[in-house]
Write a protein that binds this ligand. Structure first.
Ligand code: SF4
Length: 325
């Protein structure tokens, strides 16, 4: 891990080191769906999923990929002085569409100026060799990096069932192994405050992602939309959301157990306010991020502080003890 002023391996620094300049993600919104909504795997989707399919700050899906990328690119260039960009296929399940459609969308994105990477957001049960092989060709022929973002949310497979994910931990592990075989980076999306999870689940999640050598993570706190199964449960008082303070503690615990080489894309997500019953304890996401960073400084802790459980921890302790004698 490179030394930064942050106590965790921040994505902005990682991108700057990798590409030599500021790099921003440009979201792409396509008129597609998800197998957990259309009846193939499940109906209604994950219990927290709203109509936008986990994306809400996007341009209309009636615009072409090129139109969406160029509009957003010009805006971000002016606002933040970014020079290079990642085309981010963000909404719904982007590898759950016919292969020929997927190919044409991805090739279109790869041809837009200043795109250095294509990030594909999808589900662990939609990682298929044909799609991965096509992406490997794009990487070689178009000279763009490829990364795959997988929603997992938690490693607790009992909770995965409760939130109606439609897949278990096993499919996630299989997907990561397949993606890594092709040499693409993998990012994992997590929600650290699912009502059925506790601190142990958070620690186990950090340990499993470290053992799998995932490349990056995106942390979100649970937001609750009106007219969702979760929203109804919340209104009936059937679930409890932990406090902001407890969420901050969980994020820090997660980071302490996480391999310090894993990049942190975000510590807390943004969420739409419209139609939302609960979001980020009515606090701006960046204030919570700042609080997490400040707390880490006060505790003098950092990502990977407790990362000593891989490569035979017991044997390491035994030999250190013997050497000390
Ligand atoms: S996998 Fe994503 S798009 Fe599909 S139902 Fe769950 S949150 Fe919604």
């Amino acid at each position: 891990m490179k030394h930064t002023s942050k106590r965790y391996n921040a994505y902005s620094n990682y991108l700057k080191n990798k590409y030599g300049c500021k790099v921003y993600k440009l979201p792409i919104n396509l008129p597609i769906t998800c197998p957990n909504r259309d009846g193939t795997i499940g109906v209604g989707g994950c219990i927290f999923c709203g109509e936008e399919g986990a994306g809400f700050e996007n341009l209309s899906d009636t615009l072409t990929v090129t139109e969406q990328l160029t509009r957003n690119r010009e805006y971000i260039k002016k606002k933040y002085g970014a020079k290079k960009f990642i085309a981010y296929f963000q909404t719904f399940t982007n590898t759950y569409m016919p292969l020929n459609k997927f190919q044409s969308y991805v090739l279109e994105a790869a041809s837009v100026a200043d795109i250095v990477e294509i990030a594909i957001s999808t589900r662990p049960d939609c990682i298929n060799e044909e799609y991965l092989s096509f992406l490997a060709e794009v990487k070689k022929n178009k000279r763009v990096d490829i990364s795959i973002e997988l929603g997992l949310q938690t490693v607790n497979y009992h909770t995965l069932k409760k939130i109606n994910r439609g897949h278990t931990l096993a499919e996630f592990i299989d997907a990561v192994i397949r993606i890594k075989r092709k040499g693409f980076e993998t990012c994992c999306h997590l929600i650290l405050n699912l009502p059925w999870d506790d601190e142990l689940d958070v620690i186990e999640t950090a340990k499993i992602l470290s053992a799998l050598k995932i490349d990056s993570v995106k942390l979100h706190s649970l937001y609750i939309m009106r007219d969702t199964v979760l929203g109804d449960m919340y209104q009936r008082d059937e679930i409890k959301i932990i406090s902001k303070d407890e969420y901050i503690k969980r994020v820090i615990t997660f980071l302490e157990y996480l391999d310090p080489n894993i990049v942190i894309q975000r510590l807390i997500g943004r969420a739409p306010e419209e139609n939302t019953l609960f979001v980020n304890w009515n606090t701006s996401w960046w204030k919570i991020r700042d609080e997490i960073e400040e707390r880490m400084a006060v505790l003098d802790t950092f990502q990977g502080k407790k990362f000593d459980y891989l490569n035979g921890k017991a044997v390491k302790i035994l030999n250190n003890t013997l050497r000390a004698k």
